[in-house]
Write a protein that binds this ligand. Structure first.
Ligand SMILES: Cc1cc2nc3c(=O)[nH]c(=O)nc-3n(C[C@H](O)[C@H](O)[C@H](O)COP(=O)(O)OP(=O)(O)OC[C@H]3O[C@@H](n4cnc5c(N)ncnc54)[C@H](O)[C@@H]3O)c2cc1C
Length: 495
């Protein structure tokens, strides 16, 4: 039986980062992937396909130029499903090629097959032809990700009633669409199709959406969706979905509403892909959503030498955080020092418009009792915004009144997922409002909104103390409990 230092099950962001990390530490690593090609959900059905689809939709529809040329502006009058798929296939090929090259370069072995536990350190790998081989690992990392939740009451047919994996295979763009589920995936696809002129209705039993995002940002976002005629049926439940003889689908809503539509996307949740792992043989148990519990710092499960990382361990379920989790898990698994990741990571929602956020929301500031001030900038206040014809877009910064540190950055609008990294850097480097006031930003850029928002807050906060504030151990302000960065101290002393 082949023996490895680390067996990684799954080649998504968590698995591949873990495998490469362990290989770089000279460990013998095997990646087991049941899919046709390496890459996981991220490459084949999740992050990359949805973002490629978004990019194609925005480019071909001329969406970004409509602020200038009017709502009727189109780059291509008739956009087909084939137009969307073409770019997708090229992008996916490229992604897989890069990955395979990374594995080869780092001498990571990979095998195609389904892994199941035989004992806590032995796995059986069933290949497509039915052949079974056994492998042993000093450590095993489960990076198996998730799959769409498909409840029995939804009559999925892969053509008119679909989950988010199947949506990538559609042959025709729908004229109308009902999206069940106002989570990140549902909202991303709803807004992408809306940008393609599909009449979209979103249904969700919760009366609010994207609750982990700053409320003011969600309000601005929601206003923009309603302004372009998207229907948001929040606080309402789709209790029956019926395929009609004429090819349409009828969605029954608990409020009594009936919506006839060309297509239904069911995007209400995902399940950890643990059902086929034979967890019991390893002494492990998943929760009701198929997820595994781990130590959030080391990614160890309750069984020694078995680790889990990525979407299978739950929130935030992002490709970006999964990679970092995989790296840390691999280092712990092979006995290397694992540095704790930076405290603040960004969350990106690639809807149309984009949302991105890092740090604390205004609601969290209130909950924690941290005195704060906000600074707001609208993209239309920037020269770059004028040039681009933007009439929407908002950047919000939240500062602690005690320490003047940036504690939250929240953006909705063009380029939000890129812009957020400026705020993220300032947050993790413990910068204050003065960073934005005193620094020069390229002009004209959307990043200039940081300066405008910084000044907006500064105007209300005033000059502040000349000396760096002293931390108090009783403070509930997380930033206040850490000492000020050295460069700030030096600056304060030289004044
Ligand atoms: C529509 C959609 C859009 C998304 N957009 C974004 C985004 O914009 N940004 C972002 O950061 N994140 C996004 N995500 C989330 C992102 O895709 C996930 O966070 C990421 O893929 C999780 O990585 P992972 O390593 O946990 O596993 P996955 O990428 O889920 O990969 C797991 C792999 O394990 C394999 N596997 C499972 N069981 C076994 C087994 N028993 N044996 C062998 N192989 C097995 C599977 O075949 C799969 O290839 C999106 C997700 C979806 C669905």
């Amino acid at each position: 039986m082949n023996q490895y230092d680390l067996i990684v099950v799954g080649s998504g962001p968590a698995g591949r980062r873990a495998a490469i990390q362990a290989a770089k530490l000279d460990k013998k690593v095997l990646v087991v992937e049941q899919g046709k090609r390496v890459g996981g959900v991220s490459v084949h059905t999740g992050t990359i396909p949805s973002k490629t689809l978004r990019e194609t939709a925005l480019n071909l529809s001329g969406w970004r130029e409509r602020g200038f040329y009017g709502k009727a502006y189109r780059v291509k009058q008739e956009i087909s499903a084939e137009d969307l798929r073409r770019r997708l296939l090229i992008t996916l090929d490229h992604e897989v090629e890069v990955l395979e090259h990374q594995f080869a370069r780092n001498r990571v072995q990979s095998i195609r097959g389904k892994a199941t536990f035989v004992t806590p350190d032995t796995m059986a790998i069933t290949k497509d032809d039915g052949d079974v081989m056994h492998v042993m690992g000093k450590s095993i990392l489960l990076a198996v990700g998730t799959k769409p939740f498909r409840p029995d009451y939804i009559p999925f047919d892969g053509k008119t009633v679909l989950d988010s994996d199947e949506l990538l295979e559609i042959e025709q763009l729908p004229r109308s669409m009902v999206v069940i589920g106002a989570g990140v995936i549902g909202i991303e696809y709803a807004t992408i199709f809306s940008a393609l002129d599909t009449a979209v209705t979103v249904i969700d039993p919760k009366s609010t959406m994207l609750d982990f995002i700053d409320k003011e940002i969600v309000e601005d976002f929601t206003y923009q969706l309603r302004d372009r005629n998207m229907k948001l049926l929040l606080g309402q439940k789709a209790d029956k979905v019926e395929r009609l003889p004429d090819g349409k689908v009828l969605v029954h809503v608990d409020s009594g509403r009936r919506i006839a539509t060309d297509m239904v996307l069911f995007a209400a949740g995902r399940m950890g892909a643990t059902d086929t792992l034979n967890l019991a043989a390893a002494g492990l148990e998943a929760d009701s959503r198929g997820r595994l519990k781990v130590n959030p710092e080391t990614f160890e499960t309750s069984v020694p030498n078995i680790y889990a990382a990525g979407d299978v361990v739950g929130f935030p379920s992002l490709a970006s955080t999964s990679m970092e989790q995989g790296r840390v898990a691999a280092r712990v698994a092979v006995g290397a020092i694992a540095k704790e990741p930076q405290k603040y990571f960004p969350y990106g929602i690639y809807a149309v418009p984009e949302i991105s956020t890092c740090g604390l929301t205004e609601e969290e500031m209130k909950e924690r009792g941290i005195p704060y001030e906000c600074g707001i900038a609208r993209f239309r206040e920037t020269s770059r915004g004028h040039i681009m014809g933007l009439d929407t877009g908002l950047l919000k910064l939240i500062f602690s009144l005690k320490t003047r540190r940036l504690l939250g950055v929240h953006i909705v609008g063009e380029g939000a997922t890129e812009l957020v990294h400026i705020g993220q850097a300032v947050l993790n480097l413990k910068g204050t409002v003065e960073y934005f006031v005193e620094n020069t930003f390229n002009y004209p850029t959307l990043a200039e909104a940081y300066k405008i928002a910084g000044l907006d807050a500064w105007n209300r906060m005033g000059e502040g103390p000349k000396e760096a504030p002293v931390a108090t151990s009783q403070s509930t302000d997380t930033a206040a409990t850490t000492t000020e960065p050295a460069f700030e101290k030096k600056k304060a002393a030289s004044k």
